[in-house]
Design a protein around this ligand. Sequence first.
Ligand SMILES: *Cc1c(COP(=O)(O)O)cnc(C)c1O
Length: 233
Amino acid sequence: MSQIAQHLLQVKERIVQAARRVGRGADHIQLLAVSKTKPLEDIQAAYAAGQRRFGESYAQEAALKIDALREQAACQDIEWHFIGPLQSNKSRLVAERFDWVQSVDRDKLIERLNNQRPAGLSPLNVCLQINISGESSKSGTSEQEIFRLAALVAQSERLVLRGLMAIPEHTSDEAVLAVQMRRMQALFTELAQQYPSVDTLSMGMTEDLEAAVAHGSTMVRVGTAIFGARDYS
Ligand SMILES: *Cc1c(COP(=O)(O)O)cnc(C)c1O
């Protein structure tokens, strides 16, 4: 078994244990393998181990990797999620290749993705990214803006509103983390009541996936625990 396959098993076991502790079924929590900065071989190893959902953060790097795999006719049924900050001038690269964009946080991006999504592809799945920690280094919109942006996505023909994404503060203070995660869970519940298409709370990474599962996450985004440390962010 490859090391990446072993790591995937370990991460899945962490999800199962975390879900069990709070009485949730682990099959309600999807695993997104975050392959940013990692080579095609790593994606192919995870794919060979059965992984089908992958997340990328850099538009140009991701476009090269996705195109290379498609040219090789390899890993055709991967579901690609864009999870990084997205500059407006890179939105076309993403609209033409990805299945999901989880980092939507402003009007202009909604407009561009909707206009640029090719007619031959199914509508683009969208999560609104919320800056739940309020840190200036983090992208994402404010809580006050969620429902206005959600309405914009919902009325965009080439987009489907799927939910919310957040990167809570990187802290060893479990109480601080819990406050932010609980807030995300409440916002997600409220949004899902308004929009039947909303089914995704994307929250939890290598360091905090257990806490995220305890606070209702339906998708954890894990890089380091699967692929190892990255050379750059
Ligand atoms: C890099 C990244 C991850 C994965 O982080 P790890 O700590 O390596 O698991 C998850 N979400 C986003 C938005 C990221 O940019």
